[in-house]
Design a binder for this molecule. Structure first.
Ligand SMILES: [Zn+2]
Length: 305
């Protein structure tokens, strides 16, 4: 029987599971043997999310047992202990021993980490980061998160918090962020915050504006949207340039919905990052390749490391 790897992604609002045959991974174009996605309902809790994930996994595996399991979680994770610290989206995730729960359910080795670290691993093994020993992965979406590969190994820091580029401060007198500080990269460059700033500046209800709309309006030349989107791109670029000065990655991979904001956004991010970093600190900035499946492919890489 083929050796199977089970990948699980607790993404906040959606849950995904997939199975791949270990032998298929030698092919760079490897595809899933099976893949399922369900939305987490509005009344969801940690318990219902875990039950849904276990049902999807059993549906994919049938009577077979996975040789390895990798789990990506959209929130802070104690990697060493295999415990989810909490979720900002779904109640009941405080200190959930997810590695133990899945080990008990499938009698297989389990690894779990937060989605940014896992997506960094995915892009490094299977996507835009292949062949690079020192990599920064940054997702710019509802929030801004990051993960490092340094010297050919994932780097998590003393308490697993490395890569939090979203809450590095690029404008100390800037607007207030949910973390309590001012002018964080996430406060200026994430989709929901850009939407909030455009809504406030134009006197629109927040429900009528999204990060995607800000990008569309900017493309059409609407002045407020152009200003907010450009400020976001520059803020992200400063964050990336500062990160490059500190750790000198050879490549930075950008993923997440906001990276679909058009050529002007990309150009501003890259230009500002290069202007912020020292001239000797050279690095590429490239788009992620794995799309929505980055955490799942990363979970496969995590399981096998
Ligand atoms: Zn912040």
């Amino acid at each position: 029987m083929a050796e199977l790897i089970l990948a699980c992604d607790f993404g906040g609002t959606k849950l995904s599971a997939a199975v791949v045959e270990a032998d298929a991974l030698v092919d760079p174009q490897a595809t899933w043997r099976g893949h399922l996605r369900r939305f987490s309902p509005s009344g969801a809790s940690a318990q219902t999310d875990i039950e849904t994930m276990l049902v999807m996994a059993r549906e994919l595996l049938g009577s077979e047992r996975p040789s390895h399991i990798g789990i990506s979680f959209g929130g802070p994770v104690d990697y060493k202990a295999g415990v989810v610290r909490l979720s900002h989206h779904v109640p009941g995730w405080q200190n959930v021993p997810i590695r133990q729960l899945f080990t008990d359910a499938f009698l297989s080795p389990v690894e779990v980490d937060n989605d940014a670290n896992v997506a960094a691993l995915g892009e490094w093994h299977f996507g835009a980061g292949r062949g690079v020993a020192d990599l920064l992965y940054v997702t710019v979406s509802t929030g801004v998160g990051g993960g490092w590969i340094l010297g050919g190994r994932p780097y998590r820091g003393a308490t697993g918090m490395a890569g939090e580029i979203g809450h590095t401060v690029v404008d100390p007198s800037g607007p207030l962020c949910l973390c309590g500080k001012r002018g964080c990269v996430e406060r200026l460059a994430s989709g929901p915050y850009m939407a909030q700033d455009v809504a406030e500046a134009r006197g629109l209800p927040l429900a009528q504006v999204s990060g995607k709309l800000v990008a569309e309006w900017a493309e059409a030349g609407e002045e407020t949207a152009v200003a907010i989107l450009e400020r976001g791109a520059k803020s992200l670029g400063i964050g990336l340039g500062n990160a490059a000065n500190l750790l000198n990655p050879s490549r930075t991979v950008l993923g997440g919905g906001v990276t679909k904001s058009g050529e002007r956004w990309w150009q501003l991010v890259c230009q500002t990052a290069k202007e912020t970093a020292l001239p000797e600190v050279q690095f590429d900035i490239v788009p992620a390749q794995l799309g929505d499946d980055a955490p799942l492919w990363g979970a496969v890489a995590l399981a096998l490391l």
